[in-house]
Design a protein around this ligand. Sequence first.
Ligand SMILES: Cc1cc2nc3c(=O)[nH]c(=O)nc-3n(C[C@H](O)[C@H](O)[C@H](O)COP(=O)(O)O)c2cc1C
Length: 256
Amino acid sequence: MIFYFSGTGNSAHAAQKLAQLLGDKVKNIADYYDNIYKGVDISLKDEKYLGIVCPVHSWGLAKPMARFLRQVRFKDYEGEKAFCMVTCGDTCGTADKQVKSLLKRHNHIVCCNVYSVQMPNTYIVMKGFGTDADVLRDQKLKNAEPEIARIAKAISTNSDYEHYVRGKKPFLKGRILYPLFMAFTMGDKKFFAEESCTGCGLCAKKCPEKNITMENNRPKWLGHCVKCLSCIHRCPARAIQYGDVTQDMGRYYYKD
Ligand SMILES: Cc1cc2nc3c(=O)[nH]c(=O)nc-3n(C[C@H](O)[C@H](O)[C@H](O)COP(=O)(O)O)c2cc1C
């Protein structure tokens, strides 16, 4: 079973592709959202694989996946191995060490290999960042397919193929910037919908955290955002903005 989290669809696609190549199934961890703080028992009896797929956020695991791995109890999988594949726009810092530690500490499972796949960037809520130019976006999408196939082959043949792009100063980013990001940037007060909002409700429907409700035909953010940016990227009217940062930024989500 491959458990995945995805904001804008890159990781959902990567997980589905990997599962297809491995002959396995996927499970969206957003389906556990309602019960996650009560703790969740998941039996992996008869499962061939335990896989984790999610985006890198600030050089670590996206918050919902880190929370899932802390709260979940995988059963009937003692002594078995797991793998993880993260998607990133650029580099991944210490997401590999984080997933290994969470699986070991909370579930007593050894995560052998962590792979990374570069896909189009979605971080647009800080000046100096932004979506990729069209050529780079298309190149990343093209390159991701054979990379996922190489990863699937490595998993199915138990080979020691490695592909994880840590980037420069991974410990500074993963151990210092990531905790700061988690502690101080999760607020959603800066999100708003412009006049061009049509009230279609797609932002609320697609929010994996159920953090958006529609009030008088306008989105209202409920204060437990995880910064996946699904709402802002998927808005068909480009009406959702974040402070004064995103007006001129591009938008992207994975289109099947
Ligand atoms: C809040 C946030 C933080 C991000 N941080 C990083 C990062 O540290 N390194 C990186 O390479 N990409 C980063 N990205 C880009 C995503 O990891 C990348 O676009 C990913 O494929 C998105 O996956 P998704 O479509 O499944 O949500 C970030 C994106 C967001 C929204």
